[in-house]
Design a binder for this molecule. Structure first.
Ligand code: ADP
Length: 207
């Protein structure tokens, strides 16, 4: 019914590349930001059909004492079991996609940013109108991740190994923000992209 479908910019990058930081800057300029990690948590919140489906497939043991999904236990169960992982993803991915689309439809702005950490890994590139990649050299990425999270260098490196490479992301990027410098260096580039996305949204006549 509504013609107010926003132009969708998918924001991606490796762990610690600066996706959240960049998205906050866009949000400060007025752009709606949708965080798919947040949607992924919401679809399995207590009382949701999503959590009921996960419990039906994996059993009550997957819940903690508060009746919430125990993510650590869940990860341990699917870690070395691709079939189980596939089963879990078959439950969660359609719910996450629908939840994200709902937020896009409600954005009420010419364009919106959807932060999708695993956009490249999960083959989601054709579900967005444009791809913005946040890129940093691996050494910077590791330094920022271990400063932010309680991870060792080798744990951070292992996560990075499991993710797409910088080259794989660069291959699908429409725009790249190089984030190895200070945030002050990024702000004018973000302002320029914001103006560009508003233009692109208008050109796409989606709003
Ligand atoms: P992501 O969301 O991609 O995992 P974050 O935005 O959380 O990454 O950034 C990772 C860490 O690096 C955070 O602690 C953040 O504050 C910091 N950070 C991000 N960009 C910069 C920057 N340009 N300069 C210094 N620190 C940064």
């Amino acid at each position: 019914m509504s013609a107010l479908v926003p132009y969708v910019v998918g924001v991606t990058g490796g762990i610690g590349s600066g996706k959240s930081t960049v998205c906050e800057e866009f949000a400060a300029l007025g752009a709606p930001v949708i965080d798919t990690d947040q949607v992924a948590r919401a679809v399995v919140a207590p009382g949701t059909p999503g959590l009921a489906a996960v419990v039906a497939a994996f059993g009550q043991d997957i819940l903690n004492d508060q009746g919430e999904l125990d993510r650590r236990r869940m990860r341990q169960q699917v870690f070395a079991n691709p079939a189980l992982r596939q089963q879990l993803e078959a439950i969660l991915h359609p719910l996450i996609r629908a939840g994200t689309q709902e937020k896009i439809d409600a954005a009420g702005y010419p364009y919106c940013l959807v932060c999708i950490p695993l956009l490249v890994e999960r083959g989601g590139v054709n579900r967005v109108d444009r791809v913005l990649v946040i890129d940093v050299p691996e050494a910077v990425q590791i330094a920022r991740v271990i400063a932010r999270d309680e991870l060792t260098v080798s744990e951070a490196a292992a996560i990075m190994q499991s993710q797409a490479s910088r080259e794989q992301r660069a291959a699908v990027a429409n725009d790249v923000l190089e984030n190895s410098g200070p945030l002050s260096a990024l702000r004018p580039q973000i302002a320029a992209l914001h103006a560009r996305y508003l233009q692109l949204a208008q050109a796409a006549r989606k709003f």
